[in-house]
Structure formats: C-alpha cells, structure tokens
Design a protein around this ligand. Structure first.
Ligand code: PEP
Ligand code: MG
Length: 545
C-alpha cells in the first residue's frame, strides 16, 4: 500500500474530496529590463495592442463568469487594465527608450507607489496589478494564456497560488484545490468558497504533490492527505444531527454590492454592508446625493430585517484615492477606518446623512428594514462616543462599533450606554492580535481563525458584552466557517454574519445544534493548544454529543 502523508494548511469549505493531482503550470519569470531596438513608435503600438487584447479577454471572461465573486474580481482587474494613466505612464517609458515589456513593468512600479500614496499597502490589489502585467507581457511574447484542462476525470489543482483569471478556466473536472500561498482571506479562498470547491490554502508542503498522485482534500481537518482514502473521513458527519427548525443564533449576510444584496434576499438581515467597496475606483468624492442613490439601491435589493451599514473603512488594503491619506510606512497601523473621519470630515458627515436618507426612502416604499450604522476600527471609548454622537445627530437610533483592535476589547464595560451593539471583525482582530499582516501569505498560519488565542479573546468579548448588556456579533470571514460559527454561539456570541455564499451552510449547521451542543463544542475548542486541535476537538464534541 502506498504510504500516506499529511500536509497541513488552512481549509476552505466543508466537504472532503479525493482525486488525482494536476499541477498548474508555474509562471515564467518576467523578462529582464531592456532598451528598445525597434524605436518608441513600435513599442507604443505593441503596448496599445496588448492592452486592447487584454480588455477583450477580460470582457469575454466577465461574460463567461457565472460566479459573482469571481466576476467582481475580474471587473476590478479589468478597470485597472483599462486605466489610461497606466497606459500613458508605460508609453512615456517607451518614449524614453525602453521596450514595451520594460516600459510596462516600470509604469506598474510607479502605479503601485501612486496607489500606496493614496492609501498604503493594498493587499490583493498588488496581486491584481501583477496579474495584469503578467498577462500583457505574455501576449507580447506570443504565448498562450490558457492552461488546458482535461475534459474528463476529476482533479485536484495544485499551484503556488492561483489568480482569478486562472480560476475562470476551471471546469467541472476541478473538484479541489491546494495552494502553497494564499491565506484565509486571499482571492483563491474567496473564489473557492464562492464556487463550492474545497481547498487547502497556505499549504507549505504543496511542493510534494506530483501529477497523478491521489490526494484527499479535507477542509474540515485543514489537510491534504497524499494517498488518503475518503472512507477514513466522515464526509457528511453532521447529517445525523436533528434539525431544530432554525439556527441557534441569528445568521446574517455580508454584502458589498447590489448583486450580493440580491443573492442573500432570504438571509436574516445584513450584518455588514461594506460601503468602501463602492468607491475603490473613484478618483473624486461622490456627492451626498450620489451616495444616497447607491445605498438606496443596495437596501432595496437586499433582505428585510436588521441591516447594519458600516461607514467607510478606507485605508491600508482598501485605498481610496480621493481621501488624500498620503504615504504611510505602516498603513495597516495608520490612518484607516474611523480615523479617516478626521482628515475627510465632509465625506464622513455626508455619508452618515446619505445612509439615513437612503434608509428612510427605502422604508417609505414599504420595505421592512431597520437600518443601523457601525464604525470600523474603533480603538478607544472616546472614539466610540464621538461616532455614536455623530450617528445619533444624523438620526440613527441604533448605533454600533466594530471590535477589530485588541485595545477596545479591554474596555468593553465602559461602552455601556455608549453603543447599542458591537460586531467583531475577526480578519483585522487576528491581524492585530498576532502581529500578522492579513494579506501576507507567509504568515497565514497565524491568521487561522481557529487559533486558541483568537477563541479566547472571542470568549472574553462575549462575556464582557453580556455583562454590559450590549449585543455582540461576528462579521469577519471566520463566521463563514459553519463549525466555527457553532463554537462562537457556544462562546456566547449573539449573531454571525457570513459571506453571501456561506450563509446557507452556516445556517444549516447552526440549525442542527442546541445550546448544550454548542457549549460543549466551544469548551472542547477552548481546551486545545493549536488551531488544528481546536477544530478537530470541536467536531469531535459534536460527534460525541
Ligand atoms: C474584519 O476585519 O473582520 C472585517 C469584517 O472587516 P474588513 O474585512 O472589511 O476589514
Ligand atoms: Mg476590518
């Protein structure tokens, strides 16, 4: 019998699969910088043709993308590729004597630092820009852009990392994914979660996987098992539990666009409406009326019930050009989230009033929504007081804050009477708790939401919130893991808000547990000393109980 080897990573999804490894071809390095031997006119012409070709490619891929998350990523990349500023910069370098691939690489370097100037490091957007350069240069060197997949069979795609353009080529033969890079919130994780493809990301041992080898991808255990057998894994382990007729705690949805809102129409409210996503490509600030129209569209398209709109969370990995944040050495620790209100007071005031006006106008149509606002990145009680005062002055009666910075978790008792609710952003809370950049795949293991220290802080936030009489939910990506959502319920969290594609799975498992089972899963997870053990202990507790 072939020997079994276990590779550890971070699991995405809930279903285990077994299939043959198919390695995604590694990318060629970009060509070295070179001066043109053909003259600027030829180089500029090559560049224009390459951009036009890439625009056409994107248009075709966007049309073919049935998956909403993937389509949105491709649309954002396509907007970058069509940016005239980028083309003009690259052409200027060609006029200075560089060949087209070099002009493009130099321009992209400048473009990145310009964006950094607008708001710091920008995480997945760096990957978007690298992808555009790669595709343009690939076309210039006459190479094909497609990886050809077999038409029959089932395969686990193994790669260093995948770009959204890569994943669009996936057909039904792709049943699983293993990547060496990526993290819990990387593009690969988002697209796989959204398409229902089980994946192991940040799998440092992925290099060991070779074509033709049989491998099991078990996202629940966060493992890729070389020569593993599915029979050893209980794939439908929760199916035997009785459905209680509804989830143990409220399951809401995270929304970032009108399409998201429409997709989750049947969810029990929206726990996080990310407003900054509307403005990532704006060069000038929207007017109050323009904002109101945008928010009204999304509120009208989404579910009834409680809708929590988050005020602008710009800066760091979400740069917004018109705010004028300026260059920062450590943007994740700089002016971002609620801190931006001080440098863009007009936008801040306009936004609060625009959300209120949009909520009133949609309610006036008869839609049964209750809209509240919450502020991102609150570090102190004083910041919470200022935001609550401003939000109430704009007419809101239900005002909350996000818990994403460890400092605020120490003073929750002092928020009594200041805010009406809190929502934990586990993506940023992990980043700041573990001193691990959320967009750096090299530290992804620390960002595993099952880390015991994160579970411990969730428990203490839940305990302190209950003592202060303030409701607390979780809206970070961690709440999209059904088993972790059960643990959260057991730790005393009052609601979860999951990504649009995970709402159904999270509701399903939360409907198959009662308070006692959730508490025992939480207790088991809290007793573990590693992320891996916490997850398996929680599962075991549910299997035993
Ligand atoms: C979070 O930090 O967990 C969160 C929900 O906010 P965002 O991911 O938008 O920063
Ligand atoms: Mg956050």
């Amino acid at each position: 019998m072939a020997s079994v080897r276990i590779l550890e990573g971070i699991g995405v999804g809930t279903r285990a699969v077994r299939a043959e490894v198919l390695r995604w071809s590694a990318r060629k390095p970009l060509p070295a910088m070179a001066k043109s031997s053909l003259g600027p006119e030829v180089e500029v012409n090559t560049l224009s043709k390459a951009i036009a070709n890439l625009e056409n490619q994107y248009a075709a891929k966007i049309k073919a993308a049935t998956d909403k998350d993937l389509r949105e990523i491709l649309e954002a990349q396509s907007a970058f590729a069509s940016d005239p500023e980028l083309a003009d910069m690259a052409k200027d370098f060609c006029v200075q004597g560089w060949d087209a691939p070099s002009g493009l690489q130099l321009a992209m370097g400048e473009f990145k630092s310009l964006l950094e100037g607008a708001g710091g490091e920008f995480g997945e957007r760096v990957a978007d820009l690298d992808e555009i350069v790669y595709r343009l240069i690939q076309w210039m060197s006459g190479e094909s852009e497609e990886t050809i997949l077999p038409t029959i069979g089932s395969f686990i795609i193994v790669a260093d990392d995948l770009t959204p353009m890569d994943t669009i080529a996936f057909t039904d033969v792709v049943v699983g994914v293993v990547t060496k890079g990526g993290g819990p919130t990387s593009h690969t994780a988002i697209v796989c979660r959204s398409r229902g493809i089980p994946a192991i990301v940040a799998c440092t041992g992925a290099d060991e996987l070779v074509n033709g080898q049989m491998v099991v991808v078990d996202p629940d255990a966060s493992q890729a098992i070389i020569n593993g057998e599915l029979a050893d894994i209980d794939v439908d382990w929760w199916a035997a539990r009785t459905n209680q007729g509804g989830p143990l705690i409220q399951v809401m949805a995270n929304v970032g666009s009108v399409a998201d809102a429409a997709q989750v129409k049947s969810a029990n409210g929206v726990g996080l409406l990310r407003t900054e996503l509307f403005f990532l490509n704006n060069k000038v600030a929207p007017t109050r009326a323009e904002q109101q129209a945008l928010y009204a569209d999304v509120l009208a398209a989404g579910p009834d019930g409680e809708i929590i709109v988050r005020t602008l969370d710009a800066g760091s990995d979400k740069p917004i050009a018109f705010l004028g944040i300026g260059h920062e050495e450590n943007p994740a620790l700089g002016v971002r989230g609620q801190r931006v209100a001080a440098i863009a007071p007009k936008f801040y005031e306009d936004q609060l009033h625009a959300i209120k006006a949009a909520a009133d106008s949609v309610k006036a149509t008869g839609k049964k929504i209750e809209v509240s606002v919450m502020a991102p990145m609150i570090a102190t009680v004083e910041e919470a007081q200022v935001f609550a005062r401003d939000a109430r002055a704009a007419g809101f009666t239900h005002v909350g804050i996000m818990i994403e910075i460890p400092a605020i978790t120490r003073v929750i008792g002092q928020l009594k009477g200041v805010v009406d609710f809190m929502s934990i952003g586990t993506n940023d809370l992990s980043q700041y708790l573990f001193a691990a950049d959320r967009v750096n795949s090299g530290v992804a293991a620390l960002l595993n939401p099952w880390q015991p220290a994160l579970l411990s802080i969730l428990e203490s936030i839940a305990t302190d919130s209950a003592a202060a009489g303030i409701k607390v939910g979780v809206c970070g990506e961690a709440a999209s893991d059904p088993l972790l959502a059960v643990v959260m319920a057991g730790l005393g969290i009052n609601s979860v808000s999951a990504s649009a594609s995970s709402v159904a799975a999270v509701s399903e498992l939360l409907s198959r547990v009662d308070n006692k089972a959730a508490k025992s899963a939480a207790k088991a997870a809290r007793g573990a000393t590693s992320a891996r053990d916490a997850k398996s202990a929680a599962k075991q507790a549910l299997l035993d109980g």
